[in-house]
Design a binder for this molecule. Structure first.
Ligand code: NAI
Length: 401
């Protein structure tokens, strides 16, 4: 049970790049990191591509004026000169900037927490992995939905065989907010999402499905993806070659199969983030807009609804409980759980505590690299006309490197 007490010795001095006044995701980072008031303190930022707006915003959320910087390079240089300079930075800027800012941050001796999709190419991920190892730093990835403790319940159910052998993985992350093409021009946050130079090689595959893919890996760590087949479309033609809808079929090494649907044009859909794991005996299902319950269906038995925080859940799940039964938890608690684990990972890295790092379940750099691989292979399959491609092919290159 998380009760807000210190989990690390002292709050980490934290800065942000992006996440400013007009940003979509910045508030979620701050809510997650500052939830417990004991793991992070926000002391600096280059919050905005517009330096004036960024400074005004930073001061308004309580950062001292001198530590609201016009850009990330100035922030890293100036903070490095201070005894009380930042130790960790969050990167919450559009996709195309993640690689260069992560590199600069690691080179400046900072731990990094970066948005998804992490980078555009697996090779960039491997390069950052080598750099992070050299600098002895952590890179965490904010798969923000993945902190829900009910996903850890699902993980334990899979691990303990409650579902039998896992046969099928059903994934969906869809919404309808991309139905209106006008948003591609009017909205600051939507404009770059459909521009390959900034968004990368995909729209919804990177923007949405990387979350759900990671969550499936979290729940089923022993399922190794062998091949995928992807079909992608842009129903709003101006988005081509980026997709606003995609279907992916998966084959796992042990014979299990899976299916993922991701879309920004699922008109009217307001509950489209779902994960269903189907085994030989039973199935379990999580829906992001019902984050306080799991549906557990054993073949031949009445359908069960498992409620968050109840003692019949596994200890690994209830360890991340915050509010107790009868009260709703949601996305902010999910983010807070992830940020708390980032803090624990950073402290462990600083102390050379490899045992803690080995056992900590959180979206780390490897998870970010797998997300890049997921997008890369989906795009490759779709652009070859929707053919099966080996998922781990790039691994061969890793061995050569
Ligand atoms: P946005 O366009 O709404 O906001 C971007 C922010 O970054 C703005 O404040 C902008 O001024 C600032 N910015 C841009 N370039 C900058 C630079 N070079 N230096 C400093 N600030 C800069 O974008 P949004 O939706 O907030 O997405 C940002 C990132 O977060 C993307 O990678 C996106 O994929 C990811 N994201 C993740 C979510 C999650 O649940 N983990 C949810 C939404 C977005």
């Amino acid at each position: 049970m998380i009760n807000g007490e210190r989990v690390i010795k002292r709050p980490l001095r934290w800065g942000m790049v992006g996440g400013g006044r007009t940003a979509n995701v910045g508030y979620k980072h701050r809510q997650g990191a500052l939830r417990d008031n004991t793991a992070f303190e926000l002391v600096a930022g280059a919050f905005d591509i517009d330096p004036e707006r960024g400074k005004d915003f930073g001061v308004n959320i309580g950062v001292t004026s001198e530590r609201c910087y016009p850009d990330y390079k100035t922030m890293f240089a100036e903070e490095a000169k201070r005894e009380d300079g930042i130790e960790v930075v969050t990167i919450a800027t559009p996709n195309g900037t993640h690689y260069e800012i992560t590199k600069a941050a690691l080179e400046s001796g900072l731990h990094v927490i970066c948005e998804k999709p992490l980078f555009f190419e697996v090779e960039q991920g491997l390069e950052m992995k080598a750099l992070a190892e050299k600098m002895n730093k952590i890179v965490g990835v904010t798969y923000g939905f993945s902190g829900s403790q009910l996903l850890l319940q699902m993980r334990q159910m899979v691990k303990n065989g409650d579902l039998g052998d896992i046969h099928m993985v059903e994934l969906q992350y869809t919404h309808g907010f991309g139905c209106d093409a006008a948003g591609d021009v009017k909205s600051e946050g939507q404009k770059w999402r459909v521009d390959p130079k900034v968004a990368g090689p995909s729209f919804v595959l990177g923007d949405l499905s990387t979350h759900t893919f990671y969550m499936s890996e979290l729940i089923c760590p022993d399922l190794k993806l062998k091949q995928i087949l992807c079909d992608r479309q842009s129903f709003i033609g101006s988005r081509y070659p980026l997709e606003d809808n995609a279907y992916v079929l998966m084959r796992y090494e042990n014979g299990a199969v899976g299916r993922l649907w991701t879309s920004a044009v699922n008109a009217g859909c307001m509950d489209g983030h779902r994960i269903r794991i189907i085994g030989s005996k039973a199935s379990v299902e999580f829906s992001d807009n019902q984050p306080n319950e799991l549906i557990y269906q054993v073949q031949g038995e009445p359908i069960r609804k498992m409620i968050r925080s109840m003692p019949y859940l596994y200890d690994e799940c209830n360890a991340d409980e915050r509010l107790g039964a009868l009260h709703a938890e949601g996305l902010i608690e999910s983010w807070a759980n992830i940020y708390l684990k980032f803090a624990i990972a950073i402290e462990a890295k600083n102390n050379g505590d490899e045992e803690t790092l080995k056992n900590l379940v959180y979206p780390d750099l490897d998870a970010g690299i797998e997300g890049i691989r997921w997008v890369t292979k989906c795009v490759e399959s779709a652009d070859k006309g929707g053919v099966w491609v080996d998922f781990q092919e790039i691994n061969n290159q890793e061995e050569i490197i």
